[in-house]
Write a protein that binds this ligand. Sequence first.
Ligand SMILES: Cc1ncc(COP(=O)(O)O)c(C=O)c1O
Length: 348
Amino acid sequence: MEAGARAAVAVEAARRSASALLNATPEEIAFTGSGSAGWGMAFAALGRWHPGDRILVGRQEWGGNLATMYRIAGASGARVDVIPCEEDGSVSVRALEELIDSRVRLIALTWAPANGGLINPAEAIGQVARRHGIPYFIDAGQALGQMNVDVRALNCDVLKGAARKFLRGPRGTALLYVKQAALSRFEPPYVDVLSAPLDGMTAVLRDDARRFETSEMPVALLCGLSNALNEALDIGIARIESRVRALAQSIRGKLAEIPGVVVRDIGSVHSALVSFTVEGIPASTVKTELGSRGINVGAIGVTYTPFDMRARDLTEIVRASVSYLNIPDEVDALVEAVTELTKNRSFH
Ligand SMILES: Cc1ncc(COP(=O)(O)O)c(C=O)c1O
């Protein structure tokens, strides 16, 4: 109990750091166990869905969010419509405008998708959402910690991201931002003694984002998250961003020169995620082979970003995510290892 009381102070410090990182207030931050837990909780709190209600999503929407939409809104007859893309593959703001009608109840965007270096125009989409008064959810899972996330500039109602990626925080922690002015719209599907304490026989919902938390929290992990947030703030997101983008860009350039390797990043501005395929070798095999050489990459299948993978006729891509701790020698080691794989295609 004594340790718990001390940890509570550390958790509130983490909340202040998180709010500084996102340009939010501490009252607008909730901690959740995963990005999906936060997103799903906020989505479920939007209330009832009706036949004909519409949700507009970017083509790169995270598969877990889509699954939640289909289960909760789809079951009531609501529709999920994909916003068309510009020629470069990014979500089209112009097309979004054309899709909007009185039945649109939510715009959901995955800002930096799981399957590559694309950065969607999250701010411009926020302006459209605001002009039409439509709730706007941003999945910042791959953006958090690698680029500036300013919730005021983004004009979003909800934004979430796990700490384990570019923020380099502990697994099992995530940030959920909920705009104060929008909070009264959200009715969490379940509550506890912290999120809605009883006043007599009435459960009174908190008037801050902690209506999405529970009274019991993994405080040891949140202390780790506090450190990760402070590191990001101390180093500065602008410095992190320029370093990881430069490293990622050098990977793209070098991979593109290897015969049989295709860099799959779409869009015009690229993040620190590099996606590629190797002719004749499944992405999962590339992942295992590189892993055995101490190089950790992801193999991303269709279910993570189903609309985008299908639209581009891709079944799997390899994804290298660069940290600011990576050094140019490691870039070269990756490029060398991929080159070696292409020369030895016995992995077919
Ligand atoms: C864009 C995006 N959203 C959501 C997630 C899932 O986050 P979590 O596992 O914390 O729910 C990922 C994981 O890779 C992701 O890339």
